[in-house]
Every structure is written in structure tokens, then in C-alpha cells.
Write a protein of this length. Structure first.
Length: 492
């Protein structure tokens, strides 16, 4: 695979900062030299840069192998999930997975995860409560990320595939550039990492547009710097979506994109939707922030937290505590099945299938079942966030949807508006990216999204403000130096 060229010089590299000493010789006026040094790069100059055009080419080429790897990873994960939760119970003569099924499944997940998080390079990837990841994962960490995700997700960990996919995509994308080149031009690492992440998750959120918006909003860049980052991501995610779609039709395998095949019809929001929708958004935000706060406490228990003066445990302690947390996740899922007499699969896993079933037939759930799903899945999600490996977004979206639908019978709200509020509020709470969350909720709501956009936008802003206030309150009540739940998620 070709690599982006080094470009003509540092002055033509759009990722390099201007050299304040350039052009200050005897024949160069000091004022003109200072003005040149302060002049930011323009979009035109970025596009004319030879190195950047090479970067775009590499990004387009990176999208193919990264998306192929992501496709087979997600396809394998879903096949394993189907075997554990449907084929195996059926082979044992059971109509569905019994209430106790999550206990041995999550115990096995913890036992499989322990050697990965204690011995494998990269420790299986970042802990989910820290967001979607930090700096791009180095290529040598990718095998551990994949193994950890396959050990946790199919066996019922209440986490999604998005974070492992992003880490895998970033790590594989960096293989396009030799280590010596990455060391010489460190500015390539975050850009190629973001492009690889975008290619890997180009369809897992239901649309490559959501991935692109997430990269833009999480990066917080503007002007030519935004162009520098988003153009490779758009190319890689577009190619990735094409490969995902083509291989999906060819193989017949499901990639489990976050989508609602059928959703209740929604009308134009009325005053009642806003009157009840805002308190519901606040409630969803409180629940999601509580789950994340629990995740930070569990993280301190499993790996320590210097900010709270919690020393790192020994390897043996980390192994034991990881297994205990995995079993605790299974206990929360089993409690849901016992309390509601429903399948434990509804509270396990990432929640994609349950979300689709809930949107298609919300009347199949009683208010009590929805509240128990919210309570038990939030507890399981919080524990998994601080101990297992996976992504934080997908389960939170189901939690918000369940609570929103449970509030639907409130006078003047309705199931459709409750679902919309729950989706937008939960996504904003966990990602802290209100624009991305609005786009994601709109993609999920389908053709009725334009009518719901005013409610989605107000919900996202409300959730963001309430979430930040809650995290600030939590920060003030924790020891100094602890970032805890106030740490923003990174894009890749």
C-alpha cells in the first residue's frame, strides 16, 4: 500500500506549525516575516499540498482492508452471539435461554478476558468507561483488542462493538505507514487513526454520516485543520460503507448495525411533548451519568485510580476482580429475567436486537418490565464499563429508549415522542456530543425524523447541559486530581 509522501517541505505540510524563524534573514523585513509566521494555512494551500493529497489516497485505500477486517469481526461476533444465546439453548431442548444462563456465560467471559488484560500487549484495549478510546491503538495492540471483544461481547457483556472496531480500524490503518515514517511525522498518526476508525464504524451506527459527524464533533477542530481530518475520514468511511454493504449482500451475514427496521410513526411535536419530554430527558441523563459514575468506581476497584488515592492492584487481584465483576454483570441480567419472567437476552449484550424489537412493538413490554430493564441493564452496563471490554454507546441507547417508552403513557407525551427523547438524551449523555447524538437519533427514527428534529435538538441540548452539571457536581465531591466521570471521550 502506498504511503503519503513527505511533501515538498515543512512549510507546505498543513499539519505543521509555521516556523517563526523562517524568512527573517537580512533581506526580509521583520514585520513581513512576523505576519507570514502568524498567517494560518488556507483551505486552498492545504489542498495543494503534495503530502496531503498522498494522505487522501492512502485513506481511500485504507478503507478497503479495514472495512473487510471489521466486517468479518462483526460477522463472527454475531454468529457467536447467536450460537450462545439461541442455538445452544435450543440444542439443550430449551425454548429460550433460562434466567440463570447469564451467570455461567459471564463467568466464562471473565475467565477468558483475564489473561488478555493481564498479559497481552495493549491489555485488550482501553476500559470502556474512559469513552471511545484515547490515542490510536498501535498495530501490536490490535490482536488483544479483537480477542478481548470476542471474549466479552458474544457471552453477554453489556457493551457494544463500536469501541473495539474503532481501535482495530485505527491500528490497522497505521500499518499503512512504516514505523520510521510515523516517528518522523507524528502528525500522521491521529489523522490516519481517525480515518481507520471511521472506516471500521462506517455502518455500525446505521450510516457512515454518523461516523463522520462524530469525528468532526469529537475533534473540535475548525478551518483547514477540520478539512485535514475530515476528508480522509469521509473517504475511508465511504469506501468502508461500500465494502460493508457489498459483503453483506454477498455473504448474507448480518453486521448488526444500530438501526430500527420498524419504528412507531411520529407526528409533529406539540407542547405536551416538550412539557414532558424535557423532564424525561433529565431522567435519562441522570440514569446514564449514574451508570458511568458506577463504571468509574468499578474501574478503581479493578485497576486502581491514582486520582482517588486507590493504588493499582496486583495482577492476581486484577484477575480475580475482573472475574467477580463479570459474574456481577451476569447477576444483574439474571435478576431482570427473574423479576419480569422474560428472556435474559433482552438485558444482555449490546441491546441492538432488543432496541429493534422495542421500537417495532412497544406494547409487548409492560411499564414494569421497561423500568426493570432500565434498572438492571444500567447496573450491568455500569459494572461492565469499568471492568470488561467493549463500547459504551449501544447499551446506553437501549437504556434511554426503554425509559422513554416507559414514560410514553404520560398524558400529552406518547410512545413515539418518548422513544425519540430517550434515544437523543441517552446518546448525548454517554458521548457528550449533542450534534452526533441528534444525527444518530434522526437516523434511527427514519422517515419521521424531520418532524421530530425540534424535539431531538432541544432534548440533546438539555441532556448535554444537565450531564455536564451533574459531572461537575460529582467532580467537586471527589478528591482533587481525579478526573473521573468528567473526562471527555476521544474519537479514536
Amino acid at each position: 500500500m502506498p504511503e503519503p509522501s513527505d511533501g515538498p517541505s515543512r512549510s507546505e505540510d498543513p499539519t505543521a506549525r509555521p516556523d517563526p524563524t523562517a524568512g527573517t534573514g537580512p533581506s526580509s523585513p521583520p514585520a513581513a516575516a512576523a505576519a507570514t509566521a502568524r498567517q494560518p494555512p488556507t483551505v486552498h494551500s492545504v489542498l495543494r499540498t503534495k503530502g496531503y493529497l498522498g494522505l487522501l489516497l492512502v485513506s481511500a485505500l485504507v478503507g478497503v482492508p479495514v472495512s473487510l477486517a471489521a466486517f468479518w469481526f462483526v460477522g463472527l461476533e454475531h454468529q457467536l452471539q447467536h450460537w450462545v444465546w439461541e442455538s445452544l439453548p435450543d440444542a439443550l431442548g430449551l425454548d429460550r435461554a433460562p434466567w440463570w444462563w447469564p451467570l455461567p456465560a459471564l463467568l466464562l467471559a471473565g475467565l477468558l478476558l483475564v489473561p488478555i488484560v493481564t498479559r497481552v500487549p495493549g491489555r485488550g484495549g482501553h476500559i470502556p468507561v474512559d469513552g471511545l478510546g484515547g490515542p490510536p491503538a498501535p498495530p501490536r495492540a490490535v490482536p488483544g483488542v479483537v480477542l478481548a471483544a470476542l471474549a466479552c461481547l458474544p457471552l453477554g457483556a453489556v457493551l457494544g462493538p463500536e469501541a473495539p472496531l474503532m481501535a482495530m480500524g485505527a491500528g490497522l490503518a497505521l500499518l499503512a505507514v512504516r514505523p520510521s515514517r510515523r516517528a518522523a511525522r507524528p502528525q500522521l498518526v491521529p489523522v490516519l487513526g481517525a480515518a481507520g476508525s471511521a472506516a471500521a464504524i462506517s455502518t455500525i451506527f446505521g450510516s457512515p454520516l454518523v461516523a463522520a459527524v462524530m469525528i468532526i464533533e469529537a475533534a473540535g477542530l475548525g478551518g483547514p485543520q477540520l478539512l485535514l481530518l475530515i476528508m480522509p475520514c469521509l473517504l475511508a468511511s465511504g469506501v468502508g460503507a461500500l465494502v460493508f454493504t457489498g459483503f453483506g449482500h454477498w455473504t448474507g451475514l448480518s453486521v448488526g448495525a444500530l438501526s430500527l427496521p420498524s419504528e412507531p410513526p411520529a407526528g409533529i411535536p406539540d407542547p405536551g411533548d416538550f412539557l414532558w419530554g424535557l423532564p424525561v430527558a433529565v431522567a435519562v441523563t441522570v440514569v446514564c451519568v449514574a451508570g458511568q459514575t458506577l463504571g468509574h468506581r468499578v474501574k478503581a476497584f479493578t485497576v486502581g485510580d491514582p486520582g482517588r488515592a486507590v493504588p493499582p492492584p496486583t495482577v492476581r487481584q486484577t484477575a480475580l476482580r475482573t472475574v467477580l465483576c463479570a459474574v456481577a454483570v451476569g447477576g444483574c441480567i439474571a435478576a431482570y429475567a427473574l423479576l419480569t419472567d422474560r428472556s435474559p437476552e433482552e438485558a444482555a449484550l449490546s441491546g441492538q436486537a432488543t432496541l429493534a424489537a422495542l421500537a417495532a412493538n412497544p406494547a409487548a413490554w409492560s411499564v414494569f418490565a421497561l423500568l426493570m430493564l432500565t434498572l438492571c441493564k444500567t447496573a450491568a452496563w455500569g459494572i461492565a464499563l469499568g471492568s470488561l471490554r467493549g463500547g459504551p454507546i449501544f447499551p446506553a441507547v437501549l437504556i434511554g429508549a426503554a425509559l422513554g417508552v416507559a414514560c410514553g403513557p404520560l398524558p400529552g407525551l406518547g410512545i413515539e415522542s418518548g422513544l425519540a427523547v430517550g434515544l437523543a438524551a441517552a446518546a448525548t449523555s454517554v458521548t457528550r456530543l449533542p450534534v452526533t447524538s441528534t444525527v444518530l437519533a434522526a437516523e434511527l427514527l427514519g422517515p419521521d425524523a424531520p418532524d421530530s428534529l425540534p424535539l431531538l435538538l432541544v432534548t440533546a441540548v438539555t441532556s448535554f447541559v444537565v450531564g455536564e452539571l451533574l459531572r461537575g457536581l460529582i467532580e467537586r465531591r471527589t478528591p482533587a486530581g481525579s478526573r473521573g466521570p468528567t473526562e471527555r471521550p476521544a474519537a479514536g
